[in-house]
Design a protein around this ligand. Structure first.
Ligand SMILES: [Zn+2]
Ligand SMILES: [Zn+2]
Length: 294
């Protein structure tokens, strides 16, 4: 009897010692692998990614998981866990009941996405704070769809003089996918940051990725190669053709930029697609990222 009591005491002490200590994944991954934020602070939205081969990665939120997936298409995620918003316990993200939106602002995004293990808890949250119930696929679609609205774009529409230099020679490879920007000069882009640093990419796909990863670095100017002339033009002023019969770069749906509206119209006559502004092209780019990944 005394032995059992002693054993019970030891068990109780062990439980007490463990209680209040951060969960294992928080000890192992203190900061978000995408944005660097403290995961303990965002323990109710944090996620844990388990890759094939057994390595793991921790993020602060669904938004940062989405960005990591898009930035590392080569990595295969075999399991994905998310904190139950009600308890903080990690549960299967693919089976969780998700809530999109509501009164509470999201983590790294305006529109929130919270996960719950129990449908009742999710429904209770919706009654109290608004939002709508969703499955993982819908939450992920929303996470990508919200990214364009969350990134900062250049304030000025003026073309800076220093773009006169040959950006393809200065940045021969795409910073993100490594593709040859000389080969993709018709879709290449150049991001000029406020701190005078430059990022060369192959396409609006990799530029969107750059903006999602470097959200804290506001761009001064974003340039894109004119689809016809290959000249570097202001991406915000360009006429963007979305869709059409030519496959996009790093994406299925094409997104091509033209300096002159007439040339964009000519392209759509021959190849289809629709003319939009840069904001719509960026929105389509983020939405297409999820279409490729899912
Ligand atoms: Zn993060
Ligand atoms: Zn690229």
């Amino acid at each position: 009897m005394r032995k059992i009591a002693l054993l019970l005491l030891i068990v109780c002490l062990l439980i007490a010692a463990d209680y209040g200590k951060p969960a294992d994944d928080l000890r192992e991954h203190r900061t978000c692998l995408t944005c660097g934020m403290d995961r303990q602070k965002h323990r109710l939205s944090r996620m844990l990614l388990i890759y094939d081969g057994g390595s793991t990665g921790g993020t602060c939120s669904l938004r940062c998981t989405a960005v990591d997936m898009a930035a590392h298409r080569e990595k295969t995620i075999t399991r994905m866990l998310v904190a139950d918003y009600a308890t903080g316990k990690l549960v299967d993200a693919w089976k969780a009941v998700w809530v999109i939106g509501g009164a509470k602002t999201g983590i790294m995004t305006r529109r929130a996405k919270w996960a719950f293990e129990e449908k009742d808890a999710a429904a209770k949250f919706v009654r109290e704070h608004g939002g709508k119930l969703a499955v993982y696929d819908e939450a992920m679609k929303a996470a990508f769809g919200d990214m364009a609205g969350d990134v900062t774009l250049p304030q000025t529409r003026k073309t800076p003089v220093y773009t006169k230099k040959n950006d393809v020679q200065t940045h021969p490879d795409c910073k993100y996918c490594g593709m040859d920007r000389r080969r993709f000069d018709f879709s290449r882009m150049l991001v000029l940051q406020d701190d005078s640093s430059e990022t060369g990419t192959c396409s609006i796909h990799c530029t969107a990725l750059d903006r999602a990863l470097n959200y804290e670095k506001p761009p001064r100017w974003i340039g894109v190669g004119d689809y016809g002339t290959r000249k570097l033009i202001n991406a915000r002023k360009a006429y963007w053709v979305i869709g059409g019969d030519r496959q996009g770069v790093m994406s299925i749906r094409g997104k091509w930029a033209f300096e002159k509206r007439k040339e964009a119209e000519e392209y759509t006559r021959d190849h289809g697609g629709q003319i939009h502004g840069f904001d719509a092209a960026l929105q389509a780019t983020f939405e297409d990222m999820w279409e490729i990944l899912r």
